[in-house]
Design a protein around this ligand. Structure first.
Ligand SMILES: Cc1cc2nc3c(=O)[nH]c(=O)nc-3n(C[C@H](O)[C@H](O)[C@H](O)COP(=O)(O)OP(=O)(O)OC[C@H]3O[C@@H](n4cnc5c(N)ncnc54)[C@H](O)[C@@H]3O)c2cc1C
Length: 383
């Protein structure tokens, strides 16, 4: 099926990423998960494969390409290391995408080239301690004074929050205007005073990724760092999340695929009652259910990418793909643990890590409940 699903060029991309990940991430992933060590070198070295430039114009250092290609990249990284894949998603599918889609030429020239080669990493700063799903309720303020924005507030659960240089920060400028009073502002950490970060310890999964709280205290940002027009921030956030949900769906497919592969190989070597457990119908049925769901999730992800790449509306399909793929990842990780028996309950089994990594795909970039709201709203509107 893979051969008919992908073009020749995409198969080469898939193999290139798989080879890199197998050499650079497979040997260190379990230990990084145990210690929380961030894999800086592989993350930087991945830039040599051009993956941060996918979907970015050549004039800004990119390599062109589309969402189908970045989905392949995300799936292949997540198949081995979900933590590295979320680093990629936050940097590429959220922060870089926001600048590329909504930035001025000058902003793109200023920020994108160093992000393409991963000299600077990006982060997307929407969630706050008191508000996640209800993004319109953010309390961070961007007060406009003398051609500058003065940022005050706290963002939390921000992927790459401590290590990123470039933040896309959502903040309220016009309190009375509701969602139309929100701005999206590019903050260059190296040029700003008043930013503090706090790494958030104790994550269930994705343990070698950076998730942090960011404190903005009277941070001055020049007016030219406004993304889009005054008041466009909420629209920008929703549009970027629509797009990035395809990446989270691909990430979930990758985690599920890794879980299936680990369960398959273990089932062939583990013997009970004198035969490999892969001979048992109950194990075969679990493997069959995993495989079926993964194929469905991958096709849904691919379809959402194709709609996006061809310029069609894709909000519903991106949400459906993210909803289905994330639940598929949790399902497959659960079955992989079951197939591994007691060994699946212990580190450093892939199944144990996948079980912890998969869960968050049902939470971030819109929980499964929020995806159902988005899908229901769309189908009722179209009915
Ligand atoms: C590891 C990790 C990385 C993250 N990275 C980022 C990042 O890079 N940038 C960023 O901005 N955020 C990030 N987040 C935050 C993430 O997007 C939020 O956690 C998520 O949107 C949910 O928000 P919340 O945690 O405030 O939960 P809440 O919004 O408080 O939701 C709590 C529960 O209520 C349900 N609920 C809420 N509203 C409704 C409703 N209207 N109808 C039905 N059910 C509802 C939710 O589904 C959930 O079950 C990250 C989170 C994690 C865990």
């Amino acid at each position: 099926m893979t051969e008919t699903l992908y073009t020749e060029e995409e198969l080469i991309l898939k193999k290139t990423i798989r080879d890199f990940v197998n050499i650079e991430l497979t040997p260190v992933v379990a230990e990084n998960d145990r210690t929380g060590n961030f894999p800086s070198k592989p993350i930087k070295d991945l830039s040599g494969l051009g993956i941060y430039g996918i979907g970015i114009d050549e004039s800004y250092g990119g390599v062109g390409g589309n969402s189908q290609q970045s989905s392949i990249v995300v799936e292949e990284i997540a198949r081995v290391c979900a933590a590295s894949s979320v680093t990629y998603i936050a940097h590429h599918s959220l922060a870089m995408y926001a600048i590329h889609k909504f930035g001025t030429k000058e902003q793109k020239k200023r920020f994108l080239p160093s992000m393409v080669n991963a000299t600077t990493l990006g982060a997307f700063c929407l969630t706050e301690p008191a508000t996640g799903s209800d993004a319109a309720g953010i309390e961070t303020t961007a007060t406009y004074i003398n051609n500058e924005y003065l940022l005050n507030g706290t963002k939390t659960f921000i992927t790459n929050g401590s290590i990123a240089e470039i933040y896309i920060v959502f903040a309220k400028t016009h309190q009375e205007k509701g969602t139309k009073g929100i701005n999206a502002i590019i903050v260059d950490k190296s040029k700003s005073k008043g930013i503090d970060t706090q790494f958030l310890d104790g994550k269930m999964g994705l343990r070698s990724s950076d998730t942090s709280q960011i404190f903005f205290t009277d941070v001055k940002v020049p007016q030219e760092n406004l993304l889009g027009k005054d008041g466009d921030g909420f629209k920008i956030a929703m549009s970027v999340l629509d797009s990035s949900r395809i990446s989270v769906a691909a990430q979930a497919v990758g985690i599920a695929q890794g879980a299936l592969e680990s369960a398959l190989s273990y089932s062939k070597i583990r013997k009970t009652f004198g035969q490999p457990i892969s001979n048992l119908q109950s194990i075969q049925f679990m493997l069959a259910d995993m495989s079926t769901r993964i194929n469905a999730a991958r096709l849904m992800t691919r379809h959402a990418s194709q709609l996006k790449d061809q310029g069609f509306q894709y909000t519903k399909e991106a949400s459906e793909a993210k909803l289905f793929a994330s639940e598929c990842a949790s399902y497959c990780a659960d079955k992989a643990v079951q197939i591994h028996g007691g060994y699946g309950y212990f580190q450093p089994s892939y199944a144990e890590r996948a079980y912890r990594d998969a869960k968050v795909t049902e939470i971030y970039e819109g929980t499964s409940e929020i995806q159902r709201l988005v899908i229901a709203r769309q189908i009722l509107k179209d009915a």
